[in-house]
Design a protein around this ligand. Structure first.
Ligand SMILES: [Zn+2]
Length: 143
C-alpha cells in the first residue's frame, strides 16, 4: 500500500498532534478487516471503520443494514457507539474503507471530536489513503 501522506503534523494553537504512517496503515488495514462483518444484504456495499482513541486503543465498526432502512447503522457510527458505550471520550482519527462518511456520521463525530484536529482517513479500494480533518468534511456542523 502506498500512502499519499506519510506524516501529518497539525498545529492547533499550541497543541501539535502527530499521527505517523505506521498508525495510518494499521488503521487502514483494520478498517478493511472490519468490512468482513458488514451486514449489508440490501446494498451489498460493505463498509468498515477503525476509530483511534486518545489512549491509542482502536474500536472497529461495520455497516449494519435493516429492511426498514432507518434503523440501518453506518460503520463509523458503530465504531463510535461501541467506543463511547465502553467509556471512551477522546478520539484522534477514524479510517473508513472504502467510502466517505455520510452527513449523519460526520455529525456524530462532531459531537465527540474537535473538528480541526480529528482526522478522517478515507481508505480507497487501491489502498491509497486520503486524509481530511473533520472540519474539512463538515465545515458548518450543527453545534
Ligand atoms: Zn454514515
Amino acid at each position: 500500500m502506498e500512502y499519499l501522506i506519510l506524516f501529518i503534523f497539525h498545529i492547533l494553537k499550541t497543541e501539535v498532534i502527530e499521527i505517523n504512517a505506521e498508525i495510518i496503515k494499521k488503521l487502514a488495514d483494520t478498517a478493511i478487516s472490519a468490512r468482513e462483518f458488514s451486514y449489508s444484504p440490501y446494498s451489498n456495499f460493505k463498509v468498515g471503520a477503525a476509530l483511534l482513541c486518545d489512549d491509542d486503543s482502536i474500536y472497529t465498526g461495520c455497516n449494519i443494514e435493516n429492511a426498514a432502512f432507518s434503523p440501518t447503522n453506518c460503520a463509523e457510527r458503530t465504531a463510535f457507539f461501541k467506543a463511547v458505550s465502553e467509556g471512551k471520550a477522546s478520539f484522534k482519527a477514524i479510517a473508513v474503507a472504502h467510502t466517505y462518511p455520510c452527513g449523519v456520521c460526520l455529525q456524530v463525530m462532531t459531537e465527540f471530536c474537535e473538528p480541526e484536529s480529528f482526522y478522517v482517513v478515507i481508505v480507497e479500494i487501491d489502498g491509497n489513503c486520503k486524509i481530511h480533518t473533520l472540519s474539512e468534511l463538515l465545515p458548518k456542523a450543527f453545534r
